[in-house]
Design a protein around this ligand. Structure first.
Ligand SMILES: *[C@@H]1O[C@H](CO)[C@@H](O)[C@H](O)[C@H]1NC(C)=O
Ligand SMILES: *[C@@H]1O[C@H](CO)[C@@H](O)[C@H](O)[C@H]1NC(C)=O
Ligand SMILES: *[C@@H]1O[C@H](CO)[C@@H](O)[C@H](O)[C@H]1NC(C)=O
Ligand SMILES: *[C@@H]1O[C@H](CO)[C@@H](O)[C@H](O)[C@H]1NC(C)=O
Length: 425
């Protein structure tokens, strides 16, 4: 969620809390008040929390502490702290002094639904120490801190959890958690840590998952087939790991909602499979540095009409760039650098003018730009080094009127099918 949205959300929660509070005036019980002071003091001992916030902490909550109101069986309204968010408001506050583990009792921890720390590099604590008593969490967001250790097995019992974001910490070890019980989890982001080993099969039981990001770790072995069960998945990033030698997983075709898929920087190898028919919603594909061989399937151009980003650079792809790539009208970056592609570049001058130097074709010595398109192409300098094709692909009007060869006629029809990009003066 964008910081602004989070801010709005937090503010609205606080506003609602205050309205309800004016009507009923329930007070935070003293044990919970004391527990909250201790959390705040352990997080930042340089602030005199008790002096600054002497009253009921839910009446005038410090930034980052959010309360909610509950009615119990006797309809009596009670108040509890439900959120400790040291992300937004405490953003980059703790770069100097070392921050210690916020210790909470199990009863206080159970009522906390959100725990957020963003960009606090001096929060150098083991993850197991942080999460132990927060068993009621819905959101755990620890991004850009010094959190270390592994993902503790007890996370398997966080049955209310909807988001686990642990990106850019110093976490490591193999991930052995059984995720099967986390039926509400929508976001799992372990990116930019030092995790290794196999990605657990049980990730395939996270049927509500929208985002899975394991990028920039040391995961290896086979990408679990069970991930094919993630029918709701919209974002999959497994790039920059050591997943090996089993090719691009064909199960991607079972993920009808998929919008972005990044597998770059693994050793997957093999050919790009024909899986694109069911994946028309995809807008981003990163398959670079993967040891891919064979051709680029024309079906990508035919089916991926919403594609904005395609990265296939630094592979061993050969053959031509499919003519159908001229259909990718929303593309804002296509990177095919450093392959063994050959033949004519199929893009029109209009397409080239739009995408500019985000069409990257260097390092394919067999590619050529058509002479007749050459002068009007504005590809930036990314095409600068490509040679001109020997024979013009597009019949000029004179050739065409005088009959031409059947080969030229065929290519003329293909160009027309591509949507009238070619203008005959
Ligand atoms: C969890 O609760 C127990 C029991 O109150 C306490 O001893 C321990 O320090 C707490 N752990 C953390 C990390 O808050
Ligand atoms: C994970 O937990 C589920 C349900 O709790 C259980 O059925 C399954 O056998 C467990 N899997 C592993 C690998 O332990
Ligand atoms: C979790 O996934 C595993 C492997 O895909 C499967 O065998 C198991 O039955 C699933 N468990 C539950 C509780 O859904
Ligand atoms: C292609 O290879 C060249 C030379 O090795 C390198 O400088 C360039 O960065 C590569 N392009 C990409 C997109 O990685």
């Amino acid at each position: 969620m964008a910081p602004n949205l989070t801010l709005l959300l937090l503010m609205s929660i606080i506003v609602i809390s205050h309205q309800q509070q004016e009507q009923q005036q329930p007070l935070l019980n003293s044990a919970e008040q004391e527990a909250a002071y201790r959390v705040l003091e352990s997080i930042n001992p340089t602030i005199p929390w008790r002096t600054l916030f002497p009253d009921d902490l839910c009446t005038s909550a410090p930034h980052g502490v959010v309360c909610d109101y509950f009615s119990d069986t006797t309809e009596k309204l009670t108040v509890h702290i439900t959120e400790l968010s040291f992300g937004l408001f405490f953003y980059k506050c703790f770069t100097e002094a070392r921050v210690s583990v916020p210790e909470v009792s199990p009863s206080f921890g159970r009522s906390i639904e959100e725990l957020v720390f963003i960009e606090n590099p001096s929060l150098v604590v083991p993850l197991s120490g942080i999460v132990r008593n927060f068993t009621g969490l819905r959101r755990l967001v620890l991004t850009g801190n010094g959190v270390y250790g592994c993902v503790p097995d007890l996370v398997a019992d966080f049955v209310f959890i909807e988001e686990i974001t642990l990106s850019r910490n110093r976490l490591s070890g193999s991930v052995s958690v059984n995720f099967s019980k986390l039926k509400k989890l929508r976001v799992l982001d372990l990116s930019h840590n030092s995790f290794y080993g196999n990605a657990p099969d049980s990730m395939g039981n996270l049927t509500q998952l929208l985002k899975l990001d394991l990028s920039s770790n040391g995961f290896y072995g086979k990408i679990p087939e069970s991930l094919g069960n993630l029918q709701s998945l919209e974002f999959l990033d497994l790039s920059l790991n050591r997943f090996g030698n089993f090719g691009v997983p064909v199960f991607l075709s079972n993920m009808p909602r998929l919008r972005e898929v990044y597998l770059s920087g693994n050793l997957l190898g093999g050919q790009i499979p024909e899986i694109w028919e069911t994946l028309g919603g995809i807008s981003g594909i990163g398959f670079s540095n993967m040891g891919l061989v064979g051709i680029i399937p024309a079906s990508m151009g035919v089916n991926l009409r919403n594609l904005r980003y395609l990265g296939l650079e630094n592979n061993k792809l050969e053959g031509s760039v499919p003519l159908e790539f001229g259909l990718l009208e929303f593309a804002s970056e296509i990177n095919l650098e450093n392959n063994s592609l050959s033949g004519r570049v199929p893009f029109t001058a209009k397409f080239g003018a739009k995408i500019g130097d985000k069409l990257k074709l260097r390092g394919n010595s067999g590619l050529c730009v058509d002479e007749s398109l050459g002068p009007v192409i504005k590809y930036g300098d990314s095409l600068g080094e490509l040679k001109k094709c020997n024979k013009p692909n597009i019949p000029n009007p004179v050739l065409f009127q005088s009959g031409g060869s059947s080969e030229l006629l065929v290519s003329f029809h293909v160009m027309l099918v591509l949507g009238g990009f070619v203008v005959f003066a």
